[in-house]
Write a protein of this length. Structure first.
Length: 200
């Protein structure tokens, strides 16, 4: 059994709940907000693949490799996107955060910062992780900037290790944050939310 178990997390009007088939319609609508599946460097499902995307995530959860969440606006129960713990390594108490995407209408809002605060707090303070990691396509510069703004350290580039949705082979940029670095990053995330508070 994985040390990462299904859990629901709440903060600032957002709810992260384990992704399930009941989120299919909401997830499809969130992806349609900006036609996000057309982006070459993301994992957003095409509309007709939404159910398969969720079923894959559920199988990965059963295998102990991934815990996917639906990101929910608690004010109206709208699905805003998805994010996950993945590449879960119990022996060294390491998880990665990824498979993250949001409807275009909530990008550049408090949503991503709040989700990262929830996931990192749970990882370091409840799961007692030693390390939290991220990985992203070498051409996904927006993702790299977002990860670096968190305070994560760039570990390096793994060349030619994954396929993109268009069949090309990607290089992957790896980042990590250690347990001892978490207090400063937590303070930074809280400060960002003070500067850009959730809409009321």
């Amino acid at each position: 059994m994985s040390f990462v178990q299904p859990v629901t997390l709440h903060l600032h009007g957002l709810r992260l709940e384990p992704l399930g088939l009941e989120h299919e319609d909401g997830l499809r609508a969130a992806a349609a907000d900006g036609q996000l599946w057309k982006l070459r460097v993301t994992s957003v499902p095409e509309p007709h693949n939404t159910r398969a995307y969720i079923e894959t995530a559920l199988q990965q959860r059963r295998d102990g490799n991934r815990l996917a969440f639906a990101v929910i606006d608690e004010g109206n129960d709208r699905v805003l996107g998805s994010t996950s713990y993945h590449d879960i390594l119990p022996a060294v108490r390491r998880v990665e955060i990824g498979y993250t995407w949001y409807a275009r209408s909530v990008q550049r809002s408090h949503v991503n910062t709040t989700c990262k605060l929830l996931l990192l707090s749970h990882a370091f303070e409840t799961l007692n992780c030693n390390v939290v990691g991220w990985r992203t396509d070498i051409y996904n510069h927006a993702s790299q900037r977002a990860i670096e703004r968190l305070g994560a350290k760039k570990d390096g580039v793994i060349r030619g290790n994954a396929l993109r949705r268009d069949g090309t082979i990607r290089d992957t940029v790896m980042y990590s944050l250690h347990h001892g670095e978490w207090p400063d990053v937590r303070a930074h995330l809280l400060h960002l939310l003070e500067l850009h508070p959730p809409a009321t």
